[in-house]
Design a protein. Structure first.
Length: 219
């Protein structure tokens, strides 16, 4: 049976949340303009799994109407389900909606969910808004290693050279994946300190780290 806007619309009205969830997945096979119209029904669904799937798709469908999507995502950042909040943060980053920086910052400071915080920190790198520097510095001091790693990556994406001194201590981390992320972050930053640290990491015991550093030093 072929997937049409009409068939998806019928599933979206089903009393079975499994049907509604399937409808959201089928929206990916429709034209973006049509999919964007249909996804808005699912974004308001009573089931958080359906809302999560719908909000996640805004990262790609949202380009259809950014002002409207900005309002939608601001609302979903206040959703009562943390997974939906995390998906909203992901979409904010993907669409680079700097208008929602204050909303992300407020949610970071009020949420107790590490996944929400992680998604916000990752989104701040994509957002590219220099206002995020202090918040990323705060995340870097977290006890959660995954949150620290996300902050390292986002500080690199942000491109603010003040991050160099914050990143240097992590170049000596016992976790090679952390050192790997430090290499990637420092490659986006300028200055002799960043380069000398990359030169040190180019001699790292873990070949993946050393090779990544050497690749950037060649550029």
């Amino acid at each position: 049976m072929s997937i049409t806007p009409e068939s998806v619309g019928v599933l979206l009205k089903s009393s079975d949340f499994g049907d509604r969830l399937r409808a959201v997945n089928q929206i990916r096979q429709l034209e973006p303009t049509i999919g964007f119209g249909l996804i808005q029904t699912a974004i308001q669904d009573t089931n958080p799994r359906v809302r999560y799937a719908a909000v996640s798709q805004l990262a790609t469908l949202g380009q259809q109407d950014l002002p409207h999507v900005t309002a939608i995502l601001r609302d979903r950042l206040r959703d009562d389900d943390p997974d939906v909040q995390a998906a909203a943060a992901d979409s904010v980053g993907a669409l680079q909606l700097t208008e929602l920086f204050d909303d992300l910052q407020q949610l970071y400071h009020t949420s107790s969910e590490w996944l929400v915080k992680f998604s916000i920190v990752a989104a701040l790198g994509e957002l590219g808004d220099r206002r995020a520097f202090e918040l990323l510095e705060e995340a870097l001091k977290s006890d959660n290693e995954l949150l620290q790693t996300a902050a390292i990556g986002s500080l690199g994406e942000l491109g603010d050279d003040r991050a160099i001194q914050l990143l240097i201590p992590f170049a000596a981390s016992a976790d090679w994946q952390t050192r790997y992320r430090v290499v990637q972050a420092l490659a986006h930053l300028n200055g002799s300190t960043a380069r000398s640290t990359l030169e040190t990491l180019a001699q790292d015991d873990m070949e993946q780290v050393a090779q990544e550093a050497r690749n950037y030093l060649k550029q």
